[in-house]
Unconditional design. Structure first.
Lengths: 423, 345
């Protein structure tokens, strides 16, 4: 245990120093996980090493989720059903990718739903992931998402009569910019005063929810509606590209993944973000201004979350009311952790969670309410548990302690807790 | 409103607060209680070097299981015994989750913030899941609320002293116990062997280890005791304050507790005063609506502020506190750093 701890420590330090050496993260990972030899076999084993823990975490979490599902009829005093987890997970799959009979009939609604649910999570996951790269833990996606969605709704409803080619992009960008401004607050506070972003972003989430609830009830309410909501966005609605509801926001999310990947891997800014995340003091020594980079990273994260809110609102919901998409905030964190804050990993994780969210409704229906949708939240929490405590999984499967980005970047988050003021 | 009147209104605001707060002290204390207990949990964890942002989740989980216990038992064993059992279960749930957090943070050396996020997400999910399965479909109520003590009128009428006494004594048992915990912990932390050891482990675990203090064991013990207090906070919310359970009803109070902790510079009494500030900020809306200010300008301003703004006030204050407006406070040096015996310091 202590020996392993030592090795961990060394590895962390090695990983931490990497960005300064100018190595791209893939190279850094390769160095960390496969010190001996290079070649196609090593690429595969490297993939397995970075992907094994997330995949096994998902499987373990779903297994424990099945235990919970099995136990739930007992607590409600209903009959024990051995097949209940199979029914539930079967419905989850059917709700998220459909089934062959539907496909042959040309019905791809389930896959469409998954893509539509995954798109905001991709943006949100990137927003958490890029902050991780800078050593920040952005729990504020929920608030930045709401601000983005609200702004998009208000701008969109004012442009409802303008042609779509003009109305949709303007509303979309307005939401993204508003999200960016909201992300600026915790970034600047962290960089300037050391106020820890974990608490400030959570507070800003609550503030956003409350103030927007007020704004939609008292100022921007559509008087023709029976409940507090903004007016219809009309022409600002994002065009549906294919399927039942796959709107423009879905390809935008995929494009964002590659833009952020390029930003992190191939640009000076990305290098500076990673350097600040690895070691702010070294970054300062190297002539990088951590204050600027930390603030900028949170603004970028806010823009991404704002996009998540905009596309959800302009592509799917169509109006702002309190309680739009309550899950995006925490889902994005899980997606980023699961994707080990690498853009491609986040893309895969977002698709998985999009599938969960698309299928959860059918799961509750097909099990006659015996398995409420909240089981997905429990599974999500368990995934976080197994990712945080990946030693459990590594013990069980005798995996070598080869770690992806998770530990290297996230470690600064907790360490910075003590820096509340230290600077 | 005329801009030149702003200074007048600010003065009037202070006069108003000075008038209105004393009779509301018992209510403010009730709003303070969960935040204060959560902050004490934070003191215990962080003083020994473990960051715990899962206080919110622990409170929620304890609240749910405490409520559930009362809900299931009150028809068989009567209301009061069911409530007491509920408090016991809530504290036990706190101990259990505290053990999990301690294990993740101390033994596994997982990232402590992510471990906290796990607790929060897990609590939100599991309580909502079980709530929908068990409590919502039954349509029945819970075991009610713990009885409140009330002082005789003659004592309440004593100026100042009466207000202070009623603040702490016109309460149910959990709110009443807060002061005991605060003062007790303050004395223990700074005047006892355990307190010295705790502080040593939080500042410099290696040094503490070399003089023979079992760092791991002490951290475990403190995290578990702390989380028991967070469990008590959960019990307070459902069994003493509201008598009902709603999904996500802790409403960020576990996070506000962290701000109170920083405000109070990691001391029990300071954390309590911080919690009191947040309690008062939360209660402002109730105060303004029950006893509106008498001066016309202030009345106009205070009543025109929407209720959502009042509700956002504690969160805004939290951010201001964290941004260091009240002066900088320094956390224990080893806060959030897992201890590995052989690792280089």
């Amino acid at each position: 245990m202590t020996d392993a701890g030592d090795r961990d420590q060394l590895r962390r330090e090695a990983g931490g120093a990497d960005p300064l050496a100018g190595a791209a993260p893939q190279a850094a990972q390769a160095k960390q996980s496969a010190p001996r030899g290079r070649g196609p076999r090593n690429v595969l084993s490297q993939l397995w090493r970075s992907g094994a823990v997330p995949i096994l975490s998902i499987l373990f979490a779903m297994l424990l989720g099945a235990v919970l599902i099995l136990a739930s009829p007992l607590v409600t005093g209903k009959e024990f059903q051995l097949t209940l987890p199979i029914t539930a997970y079967g419905a989850l799959v059917e709700g998220s990718i459909g089934k062959p009979e539907l496909w042959t009939a040309g019905n791809f609604n389930a896959i469409s739903n998954t893509l539509v649910q995954a798109a905001p999570l991709m943006f949100g996951g990137l927003a958490v992931g890029i902050a991780f790269k800078a050593g920040l833990f952005n729990i504020g996606v929920a608030g930045q998402f709401l601000v983005g969605a609200f702004t998009a709704a208000v701008v969109g409803s004012n442009l409802a009569q303008v042609p779509t080619n003009f109305a949709a992009p303007i509303s979309l960008l307005a939401g993204a910019i508003a999200g960016g401004l909201y992300g600026f607050i915790p970034g600047y506070l962290k960089a300037r005063t050391g106020a820890h972003e974990v608490v400030t972003t959570i507070m800003l989430n609550s503030i956003a929810a409350l103030l927007l609830a007020w704004a939609v009830a008292d100022i921007f309410r559509d008087p023709t509606q029976s409940f507090a909501r903004t007016a219809d966005i009309g022409n600002a609605r994002l065009p549906v590209l294919f399927g039942r509801n796959v709107h423009l926001g879905v390809p935008l999310a995929f494009i964002a993944v590659f833009i952020i990947k390029f930003l992190l891997d191939r640009t000076t800014l990305g290098f500076e973000i990673r350097t600040v995340g690895a070691n702010p003091n070294a970054a300062r020594y190297a002539g990088i201004r951590p204050v600027l980079i930390l603030t900028l990273t949170m603004v970028i994260a806010g823009v991404l979350s704002g996009f998540a809110g905009s596309i959800q609102l302009l592509g799917l919901i169509g109006f702002y009311s309190s309680g739009v998409s309550p899950n995006v905030g925490f889902d994005s964190i899980t997606v980023a952790l699961l994707g080990r804050s690498s853009p491609l990993g986040i893309m895969a994780a977002a698709l998985l969670f999009g599938a969960f969210r698309a299928g959860q409704g059918l799961m509750q229906i097909n099990t006659n309410g015996l398995v409420p949708i909240e089981v997905i939240d429990v599974i999500q929490a368990l995934i976080i548990l197994f990712l945080a405590a990946d030693i459990i999984i590594r013990r069980v499967f005798r995996l070598r302690a080869a770690k992806g980005a998770l530990e290297g970047e996230v470690r600064t988050v907790t360490q910075s807790w003590g820096e509340q003021v230290a600077r | 409103m005329d801009i030149t009147k702003i200074p007048v209104v600010i003065v009037e605001l202070f006069v108003y607060l000075f008038d209105v707060i004393p009779p509301f002290l018992p209510q403010i204390m009730a709003l303070t209680t969960p935040i204060a207990l959560g902050a004490l949990c934070g003191v215990l964890c962080e003083r020994s070097g473990v960051v715990n942002i899962g206080i919110e989740g622990i409170m929620l989980m304890s609240a749910f299981f405490g409520y559930l216990t009362g809900f299931l038992l009150h028809e068989q064993i009567g209301s009061l015994p069911a409530l007491i059992a509920g408090v016991g279960v809530a504290v036990l749930v706190g101990v259990l989750l505290g053990t999990i957090h301690a294990w993740l943070s101390i033994t596994i050396r997982a990232d402590q913030i992510i471990a906290g996020v796990f607790l929060n997400v897990f609590a939100l999910g599991l309580t909502a899941y079980l709530n929908r399965l068990i409590i919502t479909p039954s349509g029945r109520g819970g075991a009610g609320q713990l009885p409140k003590f009330s002082l005789p009128d003659q004592i309440e009428d004593i100026p100042i002293l009466g207000d202070v006494l009623s603040m702490f004594l016109n309460q149910g048992p959990i709110a009443m116990s807060v002061l005991v915990f605060v003062i007790g912990l303050q004395i223990l932390l700074f005047r006892s062997r355990w307190g010295l050891r705790t502080r040593a482990v939080g500042e410099h675990p290696k040094a503490a280890d070399t003089v023979g203090i079992d760092v791991i064991r002490l951290r475990y013990r403190n995290v578990i005791i702390g989380c028991a207090l967070a469990g008590l906070a959960g019990a307070f919310i459902v069994l003493e304050s509201t008598g009902s359970f709603q999904n996500g009803m802790t409403d960020g109070r576990g996070f506000i507790a962290l701000a109170a902790l920083i405000f109070g510079r990691w001391t029990p009494v300071g954390a309590f005063l911080g919690a009191l500030l947040f309690g008062a900020a939360t209660g402002l809306n109730i105060m303004v609506n029950t006893v509106p200010p008498t001066s016309p300008e202030l009345r106009e301003v205070m009543l025109s502020i929407p209720r959502q703004w009042y509700a956002a006030l504690p969160y805004v204050i939290t951010i201001i506190v964290l941004a260091g407006v009240v002066g900088r406070s320094i956390p224990p040096a080893a806060d959030g750093v897992p201890y590995a015996k052989e690792a280089r310091a």
